[in-house]
Design a protein around this ligand. Structure first.
Ligand code: ADP
Ligand code: MG
Length: 731
């Protein structure tokens, strides 16, 4: 049988890797010898550009000044020289269309010189602008198929980098992607607009506190922690569901799952560690500062996390990171799976989006500092965030909606679909003091005495952690934990920045009104206190420090009136609500057409993914599982017949056969029901999505249930799919 081949190959591959890796020993190459070698960094530009050009380019990068074509020409020439010295033959405008992936079209750096020879060339125009055909990218109704023109525009704030593959080195130029009508067709454009919007409002607040000196802008920062699974390549390709959907549609629970809690932070298997090291090496080369690696909760699950960067660069790097995780895995006989829920019954994968704001002089605006109760500026930024998350909890939820994430949110392993904020003891205490009047204390954590003389005393945080909260304050940043593993970070961050900008705008307005021009410190402080008091009164319902997984919280949240958008069908339409459209428009992040197109695209993707899954499921059921079950049934029946004709009693075998036939019958009935149900089509995407969620998903669940029962009864040598046990434990 094929399955056994796949398993044998996987076992052989795991053993070979283990032995070879042990033989080869360690690499002595130093990280600093290649760190950043494939990125056209600011340092590189400083070295290679004339001083004046460098200065003018920096004005574009740092202060958003329009780029002069003359500057672009010089930068392009320097970038081209650098790229060809590193082996590049092609360049591409690299962008993030609304497919959830990245896109690239390569052009050669080589052009004919007109005299029968060749020269290398990259003009300022090549660098600044491209014109890919936009008609094959999702536009969500923004454009008709025949209206094909689209443009890419160089984003000088995100450094160009090289990608390397077999026989190819390509210069990737990060770009924004817009239509002929200047509407955004990508993830980057609104992210950049949202960062600008937040900067403008945050600067107003700094100005009020007189802390804006020398500050030109405020950046948002992001550090995304990425979870993923690794599966042996042989087994992956023996599972059509993994190949087409990146998740298993069938699969009985293995005897050993994650119940022993022995995988999390466990020692990393050698093949996996070798793989991680190569991924990191590639990322380091491209200047992506990866920091952390470890085993995650489920067997076969891992995490990688970079050091945070400004949002735009972090989100670009996040795309490169996901792509690199996938690209490198086959070299180690593995496949990396970024789906939110590849295996039922085990933890799914998320992406913890750590978010903060910092001035361009390096001050983290969400750092509470020592005597937090006196740090009025921090409290303003904190309360602005609280207000934003309360007012737009539904939109924030919508920003992470996907068919994959529907399996994860609220499944007692990931935060629920109810958005709330965890503040921890110290901040909760201050917020409560503020609500009552003048705060007078900051709870201190003290020190932990470990009780052994040789061990150091370690400072203790003033509050514990809470892993169950979707939006948690973690020291000097917020961690938005409900983002799905396969998501592009750019979109939830766009939403986060915009809602924060709106609340900062509101607070700045209130403060300017209450404190007047050049207020004395005392007047300012009392104005802040009275405004924050109202904010807290109105929005404290979104603060919750308890167990977000508990049933009690769901009830309590309902009482508090917090939205609970359990699935994508409920969450996605929120994006196009009046409230969201007005906000995106006001802060010039997205116009109404752009918002509507996104809602259509997200719903369209949801519908497509569910249709692919249900069709794949029917196909596997019909052509793999049912035939295996019938073969098993035949063997059983033959056993009964031959035993009977030998004159031996076979009551038990007969009962077994009857029971099995009944199970096969139920499986077949479920299969037929799903096969019929998923033929339904509605021109209205939102209706189609609702239908799939309400009618098709329950039928898929039912089919899976009987299919998984069959897996535990059919002879192992007849079962056509690698089991969970194989997928998760051969490494
Ligand atoms: P933990 O989740 O245990 O608090 P870390 O402190 O290591 O872990 O941070 C996790 C992620 O948060 C890392 O990617 C880190 O770079 C990022 N991070 C730290 N500070 C900030 C910040 N000011 N803004 C955005 N991300 C940050
Ligand atoms: Mg974390």
């Amino acid at each position: 049988m094929k399955t056994n081949n796949a398993r044998d190959n996987a076992v052989a591959s795991a053993i070979t890797w283990r032995e070879n890796l042990n033989m080869n020993g360690t690499s002595s190459e130093r990280v600093d010898s290649y760190f950043g070698s494939d990125v056209f960094s600011q340092r590189m530009m400083h070295q290679r550009l004339p001083k004046d050009i460098y200065r003018r380019l920096m004005r574009t990068i740092r202060h958003g000044e329009q780029l002069d074509p003359e500057v672009a020409d010089v930068v392009a020439a320097a970038m081209k020289d650098w790229a060809i010295e590193h082996g590049a033959t092609h360049f591409t405008h690299w962008f993030q269309p609304l497919t959830g992936q990245t896109a690239e079209k390569h052009d050669s750096l080589v052009v004919p010189d007109g005299e029968g020879g060749m020269i290398y060339a990259l003009s300022g125009e090549d660098l600044s602008q491209g014109e890919p055909d936009a008609s094959s990218f999702p536009s969500g109704g923004l454009r008709a198929t025949f209206e094909a023109r689209g443009y890419t525009a160089w984003d000088a704030t995100s450094p160009a980098f090289l990608t390397r593959g077999e026989n190819n080195v390509t210069l990737c130029i990060p770009t924004a992607f817009v239509s002929w009508t200047a509407d955004s067709l990508d993830q980057k454009t609104p992210l950049l607009r949202s960062m600008d919007a937040l900067s403008v409002q945050a600067m107003r607040i700094l100005k009020i506190f007189g802390t804006d000196e020398g500050v030109n802008r405020v950046y948002t920062t992001v550090g995304p922690e990425q979870e993923y699974f690794l599966v042996d390549k042989n087994l992956f390709y023996a599972r059509p569901d993994l190949v087409t959907c990146d998740r298993t549609l069938f699969g009985a629970k293995p005897p050993k799952g994650q119940q022993l809690e022995d995988h999390y932070f466990g020692s990393i298997p050698p093949r996996v560690l070798a793989y991680m090291a190569e991924v990191e090496k590639e990322l380091y080369r491209m200047g992506i500062p990866v920091k952390t690696r470890h085993n995650e909760v489920a067997p076969g699950q891992y995490e990688i996390a970079p050091t945070f960067e400004t949002s735009n660069i972090a989100c670009d790097h996040q795309m490169v990171m996901m792509e690199t995780l996938k690209r490198v895995a086959p070299r180690y006989g593995l496949v990396a799976i970024l789906h939110e829920k590849p295996f039922s019954g085990l933890n799914g994968s998320g992406k913890h989006n750590n978010w903060s704001m910092t001035t361009d002089t390096g001050v983290n605006l969400l750092d509470p500092q020592e005597e937090t109760h006196t740090n009025m500026q921090f409290l303003v930024f904190l309360c602005a965030t609280i207000r934003a998350v309360d007012i737009h909890a539904d939109l924030l939820r919508s920003s992470i909606a996907s068919s994959g994430n529907d399996h994860r949110l609220g499944a007692a392993e990931a935060p629920p679909a109810i958005i709330s904020i965890f503040l921890g003891d110290m901040l909760t205490d201050i917020v409560e003091q503020l609500e009552k009047g003048k705060p007078s204390r900051t709870i201190k954590g003290g020190a932990l005495d470990l009780g052994a003389m040789s061990l150091p005393q370690i400072p203790r945080h003033s509050g514990d952690r809470n892993r169950t909260s979707p939006f948690a304050f973690t020291g000097n940043k917020f961690e938005f934990r409900a983002v799905g593993a396969s998501a592009t970070s750019a979109w939830p961050n766009t939403v986060l920045n915009t809602i924060a900008a709106e609340s900062m705008d509101y607070l700045a307005g209130q403060l300017e009104k209450a404190a007047g021009k050049n207020p004395t410190p005392a007047k300012l402080e009392s104005a802040v206190r009275s405004i924050l008091k109202d904010i807290i009164k109105e929005h404290k319902r979104v603060i919750f420090n308890g167990d977000n997984y508990s049933e009690a919280w769901h009830k309590e949240a309902e009482k508090r009136g917090l939205p609970n958008l359990e699935n994508s069908v409920k969450a996605i339409p929120i994006l196009a609500s009046k409230k969201s459209v007005a906000m995106f428009k006001k802060y010039k992040v997205l116009n109404k057409a752009e918002v509507d197109s996104r809602a259509n695209i997200f719903m369209g993707r949801y519908v497509d993914q569910l249709l692919i899954e249900s069709e794949q499921m029917v196909l596997m059921g019909r052509t793999m599982i049912l035939p295996a079950a019938l073969r098993h049934q035949k063997q059983l029946a033959e056993t009964v017949a031959t035993t009977q004709s030998a004159g031996v009693d076979c009551k038990d075998e007969k009962a077994m056969l009857e029971e099995f036939v009944d199970l096969v019958w139920r499986f077949n009935a479920a299969l037929t029901a799903l096969g019929e149900a998923d033929n339904y089509r509605d021109d209205d995407l939102f209706k189609q999505g609702k239908y799939l969620k309400e009618k098709v998903v329950p039928l898929m669940d039912k089919l899976r249930e009987t299919g998984d029962q069959l897996e535990t009864q059919v002879a192992a040598d007849l079962w056509p799919l690698p089991s969970y046990r194989d997928l998760l434990f051969i490494k």
